[in-house]
Design a protein around this ligand. Structure first.
Ligand code: GDP
Ligand code: MG
Length: 333
């Protein structure tokens, strides 16, 4: 069993067994559904979805009782089959957690409390981006946030076998793995060489470009970095989930209007001690998965100081001259 210490006093278990019943706990807007999306769809029982299934309205509060009953029925059917199950609801009320824990106990499946707790102001701000029917009032979000914090010290005693914090859990890999498999199936393609002609695919910029290249699964994790100069003036964005982060630059061609592509920030392919930015082209979520999970260096990776793995000179105006393979590298950026 893995354990880490937060604030030294609180031993926090990072184990999520399979099968288990994972109860997400956190206020509206904290990111529960984002985390839930890292598990396969069939494993996630989202209360909003059950509200929609019984009422055609995911925000219909009057339907909560029926939705919770339907969710419990599916939950029991899954646990009876010892299937990994994630319950995506606020679960900030002890009585609600008690029902979930009872179902887990009845079927001998361990229960995991998965705490998702963004700052309360962030949770409130995120309600502004939702449709009026889905937006949760500020006072309710504040109460849910306070209830989450108050619940934490008691979760073990309530019966959770494991208590984990989202911020310590690495779930980007399974998300990329599933997205990658979907893309491969959609395109009937093995992903190895990228998408021919994609850099000429037209003037699709901004988030549409991100979605087009990496897919809708990655889009909610994407943020542009305003005014970043990391990529020599090109737009920089990042894919971020908990402790995982991938930084990318959007390259557009001034000669070929509409041509575009992404480069991923990686380690220098030439010198392990080099801290200068190096960029590797990525053409799809499959390339992101490969970069995130393997040490394979893309052959077109270029360090801003050392150039590529088969070059000792600098690509971007360095002091390299033809035939001179022994020059000193440029100063680091
Ligand atoms: P819920 O109400 O707790 O289910 O919250 P959501 O999962 O719907 O999160 C609201 C928004 O916050 C999402 O649309 C995401 O854009 C953003 N968000 C939440 N968690 C994360 C995260 O871990 N990483 C990133 N990049 N964005 C997140
Ligand atoms: Mg949600």
């Amino acid at each position: 069993m893995n354990t880490v210490c937060l604030d030294r006093a609180l031993p926090v278990d990072t184990t999520i067994p399979d099968p288990s019943l994972v109860c997400l706990i956190g206020p509206a807007g904290s990111g529960k559904s984002t985390w839930a999306s890292t598990w396969p769809d069939t494993q996630v029982l989202e209360l909003d979805r059950f509200r929609a299934l019984v009422s055609d309205d995911a925000g219909c509060q009057e339907a909560t009782g029926d939705a919770a009953a339907a969710l419990q029925a599916v939950l029991k059917a899954r646990l009876a089959r010892r299937k990994m199950t994630i319950v995506d609801a606020t679960n900030t009320e002890k009585a609600v957690r008690a029902d979930l824990l009872q179902a887990a106990r009845d079927h001998g499946v361990p229960a995991v409390a998965f705490l998702v707790c963004a700052p309360v102001d962030v949770c409130i701000a995120r309600q502004a981006g939702r449709s009026p029917a889905r937006a949760v009032p500020e006072d309710v979000v504040r109460r849910q946030h306070a209830d989450t914090i108050a619940a934490f010290p008691h979760l073990r005693d309530e019966g959770f076998a494991h208590v984990v914090f989202a911020d310590t859990i690495h779930r980007l890999e399974p998300l990329l793995r599933r997205a990658s498999a979907t893309r491969r199936a959609e395109l009937g393609w093995n992903g190895g060489g990228g998408l021919p002609g994609l850099r000429r695919a037209g003037c699709l910029l901004g988030l549409l470009t991100v979605r087009r290249v990496f897919g809708s699964e990655v889009l909610p994790l994407w943020r542009w970095r305003a005014d970043s100069q990391l990529a020599g003036g090109d737009r920089v964005g990042e894919i971020r989930l908990g402790p995982d982060r991938m930084v990318l630059a959007l390259r557009t061609s001034s000669e070929d209007v509409g041509a575009f592509g992404f480069d991923l920030l990686v380690g220098c392919p030439v010198d392990d001690g080099c801290v200068a930015p190096a960029w590797a082209p990525v053409f799809s979520v499959c390339d992101l998965l490969a970069a995130h999970t393997t040490a394979i260096v893309h052959p077109d990776t270029v360090c801003t100081v050392h150039g590529g793995p088969d070059r000792t000179g600098c690509d971007q105006g360095g002091d390299h001259t033809d035939g001179d393979e022994t020059h000193a590298p440029r100063p680091r950026l």
